[in-house]
Write a protein that binds this ligand. Structure first.
Ligand SMILES: Cc1cc2nc3c(=O)[nH]c(=O)nc-3n(C[C@H](O)[C@H](O)[C@H](O)COP(=O)(O)OP(=O)(O)OC[C@H]3O[C@@H](n4cnc5c(N)ncnc54)[C@H](O)[C@@H]3O)c2cc1C
Length: 318
């Protein structure tokens, strides 16, 4: 039998593993407290031809109602080690907020990361941050286990191929992030900006409600044809200045489009687009996967009709 010598839980409720509190049973669930645990359980899964999936804190994750018929591994190892005042190594299981706190103690204010839930593994995977600033900027090296040969490898920042909410790890699912080395030498945010940003986040995002953060990626202006951009301006002449700001920044926010499609506050079952931030879907009571995916599909359809734009999901779905 698979996983006999491991502390694996069977048919674990997936909704307990995601911040939106949605998801069916996980066939096998394992918490990796050390890198060695992780390596051994991955080998056992391979021996038994059982598919696996890695999670950090499930804050960018949506699990289907039928659950996941494989091994789900939550990374818990969480050492943090400053090599000097600007350089720090963190295990993949370190909370992003813990890193932000430790940096602030040293006078480094990682503004865009303030209030982002999740682990360093999840942050590196999704290049977490804002629309134009992200964690990948400060990565020097990423440490991985390659599940093709179970060797530990080191990727340089360039090899990680970071871009807006993307990294090489989206394509190379066989690479499991175990830690990262960061260099914050060029992090020049001021303490005031940092504190103001937290206030702004609290005012504009439904942080106390169950969600997975942004549902869709913002849309890159340079990927949109001229007629699509002109159509946006023509439809909302009263918001010309705001739209010009989007164009200058290079991103049309998905939340703005969802609002203009009339979906702010729109609810299906127990899930709704938040009143505070239209790109956030919140679980207002026993939402299931179908409620959430119906909202996602509706927004995609409406954005296509109204703007001729294909919205791309930011949340990872299994
Ligand atoms: C209220 C709220 C606000 C948010 N605000 C932001 C924001 O401002 N900016 C932003 O970028 N995100 C934001 N998010 C989304 C989310 O917090 C981030 O994407 C976060 O970095 C995900 O980390 P996690 O540990 O929860 O990853 P999970 O949700 O557990 O996993 C996400 C993906 O990363 C992969 N992954 C996780 N760990 C590893 C690993 N060790 N090796 C390989 N792959 C791994 C998983 O397989 C999955 O595909 C927000 C979420 C919430 C709920």
């Amino acid at each position: 039998m698979a996983f006999e010598n491991f502390n694996v839980k069977e048919n674990y409720p997936g909704k307990n593993l995601t911040t939106i509190k949605v998801g069916g049973p996980i066939r096998y669930f394992f918490e990796a407290k050390t890198k060695e645990d992780l390596l051994e359980v991955l080998k056992e899964a391979k021996r038994n031809k059982i598919k696996f999936y890695i999670i950090g804190s499930g804050s960018n994750l949506l699990i289907k109602d039928e659950g996941f018929d494989g091994l789900l591994i939550k990374i818990l190892f969480n050492n943090i080690n400053f090599l000097d005042d600007k350089k720090v190594f963190t295990d993949a299981g370190v909370f992003f907020s813990k890193l932000v706190d430790e940096l602030a103690k040293k006078g480094i204010y990682l503004k865009f990361a303030l209030g982002i839930p999740g682990t360093i593994g999840g942050a590196v995977y999704g290049n977490s941050g804002g629309q134009t600033e992200w964690i990948g900027d400060f990565v020097e090296k990423v440490f991985v286990i390659d599940t093709n040969d179970f060797q530990e490898k080191i990727l340089t920042k360039e090899e990680c191929n970071f871009s807006y909410r993307k990294s090489i790890f989206h394509e190379k699912k066989h690479l499991i992030i175990t830690g990262a080395l960061f260099n914050f030498e060029n992090c020049n945010y001021k303490k005031d900006e940092f504190l103001d940003f937290l206030k702004y986040r609290r005012q504009t995002q439904p942080l106390s409600e169950p969600s997975f953060g942004s549902t869709f990626r913002g849309v890159s202006v340079d990927k949109l044809p001229k007629d699509v951009l002109e159509n946006i301006v023509e439809q909302f002449p009263e918001e010309k200045n705001k739209i010009n700001e989007f164009f200058e920044k290079g991103i049309v926010p998905a939340g703005w489009m969802i609002e203009k499609c009339g979906l702010k506050n729109f609810q299906i079952g127990g899930a709704k687009f938040s009143e505070k931030h239209s790109n956030f879907i919140v679980n207002v009571g026993n939402a299931n996967f179908n409620d959430v995916i119906s909202l996602i599909n509706l927004a995609k359809q409406k954005a296509k009709e109204k703007f001729n734009i294909d919205l791309e999901t930011e949340v990872q779905i299994i």
